[in-house]
Ligand binder design. Sequence first.
Ligand SMILES: [Zn+2]
Length: 375
Amino acid sequence: MKFSEIIGNQELARQIAQIIDEGRLGHAILLDEMPGGGALAFALAIAQYINCKNRSNFDSCGSCPSCLKIQKSIHPDIHFAFPVNTSSKVSKSDKNPISDLFLPIWREMIAKSPYFTESQLYNEIGIDNKSGNISAYEAKQIINKLVLHPYEASHKVMIIWMAERMNLVAANKLLKLLEEPSPDTIFILISNNPDKLLPTIISRCRAIKIPPMDISQLAKILEDKTSSKDRAAICAKLSGGSYGKALQLIDYQEESAESEELIISIIEVGLRKNFEEMYPLWNKLADLKKEKQKEFCIKSEEVLRRLLMIKNGLNDIAFIEEERLEKFTTLASKIKDDFFPKAVAALDKTLSAIESNVNSKLTFCDLCNRFLLYL
Ligand SMILES: [Zn+2]
């Protein structure tokens, strides 16, 4: 990918190219983005620019052998690590699943658009019911890849996507590499959540924040994510908005319909104090796959946040379409103020319980009982 192919943020692209030209990039950078915010596009453009033989005008040429290989994600000196897990799509993944096993899928996704989110990757590689992680075994592979000198490029580039998914052992292994950098290796860490990285890792990286895009840039990305009707609706609401907000809206409209329906039903049943009606709801939640249960908790907190905003007359920033606004307004008016913090705390507790593999039925029975109690 050339810098000029990145959607928006061209000033930042030019600044980075200049830093590279002046030899000031350093051996490790951390790209901090909101989900699907374009950091991977930047990482690819940086890897390409560093190794391009004919760069000019603050961009790579896009046509030298190095650029061509990087554009197809098949350059032997450009490596990727990203969170994975066992998957029925990849037979060898049952033992020590690592990124390399999923590379064909990864390359296809990049070729389509590097603006994807973590959950989109999990869906594609078939681990959507589990969490992805970057294991100690993966870290060992990373070290092995970086031991040798580059095959053909001037610099090896290791792109670690969602670096916060490294477990502690993996992070410590990586830290050793970052402490003793090889002059021909560049690390590009991408994170949606740098707070979850070891401070010692952050301190060894040049941190670059990828800013949100403007509306015209957004429409480009939204083309392959939504129908034209939804896109128009989203853009209409986003005058002066950002990609993060657009993603929020897309996620909200497309992926979380089921979670929203469930949490609203739970609130309605809770307001009626009806335990018998609650029973099938918590059973339904207990039967969901783990990732869906986590998604339910996260989306539910989002629904609660929106209800609270509407209750306080902040409809403009609640991002609810006209059709659903009435339903949300009616519901919000029936909920007591002190319900919101208690409910969010209960959802946080549920999320931790899911992560710790506590029995699902007990977890969701507890959550639903709390809603009956708090409402
Ligand atoms: Zn080139």
